[in-house]
Design a protein around this ligand. Structure first.
Ligand code: AMP
Length: 212
């Protein structure tokens, strides 16, 4: 169906801020996304449906064309690498920073630094650019615990207010990149469903601009 479009969204912070934006673009889910256990949702637009997946999976769904469009944090996009994706609008949603963090003032080993993160690819690249080879420890959450229990010397994680780090006796150390959520588009959909995709992206762009 040439004009059927699927938008991939992730539950949590990004979804909470994306839904009002989509509503302003005239796209409202038929059910309450936060309370439903469904994964696929019809919308007020007969040709547009939403799928709800884990944030780290959004680029993969869009890469393979299982979704035409998605909303993903720059962190998961950069970690994914961006194959098959066209990065469109910066939605300005969920802004934060990707940082290294650890105990303030603590001397770190020059060699064999152990870094816990859910972003192994970005972390390796960041330290390699500084000429440092590190031991990466892949975690899926609660990174702040790793230095406390001696699993890692430092972590690489997202920092917004810094409260989570402070609450665990840690401090931000080095800035890696600024993060916000982006609209991403499957490269093939851009060609095969050009009109429909362009129209939808424009509507979302206008909703972002109207937000200023
Ligand atoms: P904060 O305490 O405000 O610095 O927030 C830090 C915690 O929230 C960490 O567990 C981060 O992984 C998470 N976090 C912060 N900003 C974001 C974001 N934009 N998207 C997803 N998770 C975030």
């Amino acid at each position: 169906m040439a004009n059927q479009l699927t938008i991939a969204l992730a539950k949590g912070r990004i979804l909470d801020e994306t839904l009002p934006l989509l509503a302003r673009a005239g796209i409202e889910p038929a059910d309450d996304l936060s309370s439903s256990r469904k994964l696929v949702f019809a919308t007020s637009e007969p040709d547009i449906k939403l799928v709800l997946i884990r944030s780290a999976d959004v680029p993969t769904y869009v890469q393979y064309g299982a979704a035409d469009i998605g909303v993903a944090g720059k962190d998961v996009l950069a970690e994914h690498g961006g194959d098959g994706l066209y990065e469109s609008v910066d939605l300005g949603i969920a802004p934060c920073r990707m940082m290294t963090a650890g105990f303030e003032g603590k001397a770190l080993p020059r060699f064999g630094l152990r870094v816990a993160t859910k972003y192994p690819r970005l972390t390796r690249k960041f330290f390699l650019e500084q000429g440092r080879q590190v031991e990466l420890i892949k975690l899926y959450g609660s990174m702040e615990l790793a230095p406390i229990v001696g699993l890692a010397d430092v972590i690489v994680d997202l920092v917004d207010t810094g409260n989570t780090l402070r609450a665990n006796g840690l401090a931000p150390l080095q800035h890696i990149m600024d993060i916000s959520s982006r609209l991403i588009v499957n490269r093939a959909s851009l060609k095969t469903k050009n009109e429909a995709v362009k129209r939808l992206v424009e509507r979302i762009e206008q909703a972002v601009e109207g937000d200023d």
